[in-house]
Design a protein around this ligand. Sequence first.
Ligand code: AMP
Ligand code: MG
Length: 319
Amino acid sequence: MPQTEDILRAAKLIREGKLVAFPTETVYGLGANALDAEAVARIFELKERPSFDPLIVHIANPGDLNVLGKHPDPRCFLLAEKFWPGPLTMVVPKSDIVPDIVTSGLETVGIRMPANETALELIRAAACPIAAPSANKFGLLSPTTAQHVKKQLPGVDCILDGGPTGIGIESTVISLNHKGFEILRHGFITREDIEKYIPFYAMPAAEKTNIVSPGMLKSHYSPGKPIYIQGDYVPEDLQREKAALLSFSGNDSQGFAMVYRLTSSGDLREYAVKLFSALHQLEDEDIEAIVAEPVPMHGIGIAIMDKLKKAAHRYRNDD
Ligand code: AMP
Ligand code: MG
C-alpha cells in the first residue's frame, strides 16, 4: 500500500498539473486536477482517448456534488448516502467551474466518490476534484494492477500501487429524470440495487435531449485477441485446441487449450471481479482466440455481457 508520503508527493504532482495513476475499487484511474483544463487534456493525449468521451470526476466528500454540479437533484444525495463511497457515477448538470474538456462539451458532468482509501486520501491531499478515466490506452483493457498501468501507459508521471483492485468492472453510470433514474453505462451496481430507493425510468428517445453516453460505444475493451461469444458468433473453423474458453457453467469445455472458470458457484459478482484479470492473462497466453460462454442476463450479468459484447464486436462478421 502507498505510504502517506507517497500520497502527498502524488497530490503535489496533481496540483502541478501532472498525471497520477491511482487505485480505485473498480480499476486503476488516470487522474488529473479536474479544474485544470490543460492537465485534463494530457489525460486524453496519454490515453489516446477520443475527445467525445467525457471523464468521471472523483470526489472525497459528497457535499462536492454541490460544487461541481449545478443545483443537483436532491435524490442524488439520497443515492450518495446509500452508495458512496462506491462504484456509482451520477451524471448531473455541471457548474461553471468544470472545464468543458472534462465533459467533452456536455452540459453535464459525471461524479463519484470511490471506495478506496488511497484514492480518497489522494483527493483530500490534492484538495481538488480529480478527473480520472481508467488508466489504459483507449479501447484496450482496463487495468486492475499497477503493472497493467505501467505496461500500457509508461509515460504517466506517477503510479500509486495499491495492489490489485477488488472489482475490476467499472462504475455504473446513471442519470436522473423527472420519473426516476436511467442507466447510461452498466457497471458493478445493478439496476435492482438502485431500484430499492428510486424507480427505474428510461426516457423514451423522443424525450431525450443530449444524453448520449459514450460508454455505449459498440466496440470497446479489446483483449488484443479475437473474442467470440457462444450463441452469438463463433467462426465455423475455430480450432478449440488453439482457443481458450471463458466458462460460466463448466459445460461443453472439451478440446479447448485452456478453460477459465471464473466462478464455480454461479456467482456473477465473482465472475465480474475475475473477468478483467482473466482477459489480461489471456492477452499473454499462446492462444489464437477466446470463446466466452454467455452469462445470465440479470443483475451484474447485464454489465458483464455488455463488456463481452463490446470486446467481441469487432470480430463479428456481420458488419
Ligand atoms: P471511464 O472514465 O473510462 O470509466 O468512462 C467514463 C464514462 O462515463 C464515459 O464513457 C460515459 O459513458 C460516462 N460519462 C461520464 N460523464 C458523462 C456525462 N456527462 N454524460 C454521460 N455519460 C457520461
Ligand atoms: Mg475506460
